[in-house]
Design a protein around this ligand. Structure first.
Ligand SMILES: [Zn+2]
Length: 250
């Protein structure tokens, strides 16, 4: 009897701790999924998620795969492009910032890294991987999609609610083929009761490689910006946890 788990792995503290928690479970197989979608620190996230995944491979036989998935696209400029006609109250033309408007730190957003429907999309894509493995690996009996959403995320982003995953998206998953054939799969949020400081303390307790993690949404490769919400929250969380940030360069 085996459980197959797909852990979303950005290479940040939360997803790294969640992946280590799952890798330590007996009779669980873990696949890792990192998604690239033009995020501000894409190169850094790509590098750090690979470093964390290599660490997990090295330490746990249960970790079997690491997937990269890329969501890419460009605007199709046409003569009938109409989005350029929007102006702010002073008459200045408004520059729309691509399909999602949250990649850039400037502009006065208090939450420049606002993820919109990102996590819901990622959870459902990860579920496709879980279902394929439930189908392909004979002795698997159930599947999990692991999101490292913390209790603090619920506070920082007003539109994140645990029930979005644990109720609504799980209802979608219950209708899929493998669950109908007796191999259930569900989204789990192992860190949802924790603050970021508690995640860090848990990470220290279980020996998660916090020194390999990357949190910044922007910044140069290998050098966090130190200014964005993610950098600020990381700094505050390590302080609150009473732990020296082993990856700190700012
Ligand atoms: Zn930053």
């Amino acid at each position: 009897m085996k459980k197959i788990v797909v852990c979303l792995l950005s290479g940040g503290v939360d997803s790294t701790v969640a992946a280590v928690l799952k890798a330590k479970e007996p009779t669980t197989l873990v696949a890792l999924l990192s998604v690239y979608y033009g995020q501000g620190a894409e190169q850094s996230e790509k590098r750090q998620s690979a470093v964390v995944a290599d660490w997990l491979y090295h330490h746990f036989d249960s970790v079997i795969e690491h997937f990269y998935l890329r969501i890419d696209g460009t605007i199709r400029w046409t003569r009938r492009q109409r989005s350029a006609r929007f102006k702010d109250p002073t008459g200045e033309e408004i520059l729309l910032r691509g399909f999602v408007g949250w990649r850039h730190p400037e502009g006065g957003w208090s939450q420049a890294g606002y993820p919109s429907t990102r996590d819901e999309v990622f959870a459902l894509m990860a579920a496709a991987g879980v279902e394929a493995r439930l189908h392909d690996i004979p002795d698997t009996t159930e599947g999990e999609i692991v999101l490292a959403t913390t209790g603090e995320d619920l506070f920082n982003f007003e539109d994140i609610e645990a029930s979005t995953y644990t109720v609504h998206l799980n209802e979608v998953l219950a209708r899929k083929m493998m669950p109908r054939r007796g191999k259930p799969m569900r989204i789990v949020l192992p860190l949802i009761e924790m603050t970021k400081a508690e995640v860090i303390r848990t990470g220290v307790e279980i020996g998660a490689p916090l020194e390999l993690t990357w949190s910044c949404y922007f910044g140069e490769p290998g050098r966090p910006c130190g200014q964005c919400d993610q950098c600020k929250w990381r700094r505050e969380a390590f302080q609150a946890a009473g732990v020296q940030d082993p990856a700190s360069t700012v």
